[in-house]
Design a protein around this ligand. Sequence first.
Ligand code: NCD
Ligand code: ZN
Length: 356
Amino acid sequence: MPVSAVPDTLTLTRPDDWHLHVRDGAALASVLPYTARQFGRAIVMPNLRPPVKTTGQALAYRERILAARPEAGQPGADFEPLMTLYLTDLTPPEEIRRAKEAGIVALKLYPAGATTNSDAGVTDIRKTYTTLEAMQREGLLLLVHGEVTDPAIDVFDREAVFIDQVMQPLRRDFPELKVVFEHITTRDAAQYVASAGAHTAATVTAHHLLYNRNAIFQGGLRPHYYCLPVLKREVHRQALLEAIASGSDRFFLGTDSAPHAAVMKEASVCGAGCFTAPSALELYAEAFESIGALDKLDAFAGHHGPAFYGLPRNTGTVTLKREPWTLPESMPFADEASIKPLRGGETLAWRQCNVV
Ligand code: NCD
Ligand code: ZN
């Protein structure tokens, strides 16, 4: 490629993060500004302890998020959280109308026990069918953590088995429901989403685009690379890269930035989650550049998500420059704790320089 074809500046439609964990309380205050300075909006995951199960809880959580935004006049002060509810076996169908009227956009399906704070999740999708009918009717989206939890199924196969056992019947029974297969990690999921029709989409994280499962074991056990769904083989990473390079509007940005204090990650039982919010766009730019697809980043980050959710695009822009910088190894987190971002202490090639 001629040198002139490789840009040194990328100006993007102000993007959105369609899958984000920001926690609550002091932790929320520590992490939210990183997202607000890059993204116009974010889909906020409801897996707090206890989970956000009702419209009232979601609206109260929304207020706490708004209060944690940067001050008026600072970049990110206008950040907008998009709220979700945690779907359980017992979510009443009447909750869906209330949620819709309150501006809640989606419900999150966690198979019970699949990941961090998912004990209250769904034990059998059929138990939620009357609620899913209400969602289909009201136009709320279903966001799925696409892994089965059967201990007999190998952890690396759980996403593929989920497609057969849950996604296919779900699509057959609710053809009009908009479903987002969150944080896909396998070729199976990428192919499934590409062939599943206009009402099925997927979010893709930066870490699943940049790393395969070797990263977890590089020179010793690396807890900061442990997330769920767990990183997969290289063949799967390549399939995710092909999906984003295709430019298909059914794949869009969702960081799944999942903050845990460093002491929780560097423990004998390590919590699942990669904290990527401090350099999310930079990591995506690196992934797209690695396959010569930087021209596809703008639509992936700022156009496909709003189109699928039926929302307008953001109006501003963000600019990234090719400028090597070192991401801090550790950052303050909640009450005197610290947090280690993915790639902390390492040099990144791209750097966000402004939000307009
Ligand atoms: C998430 C978290 O920590 O809340 N962890 C993760 O590894 N992604 C939960 C989730 O989205 O699975
Ligand atoms: Zn998540």
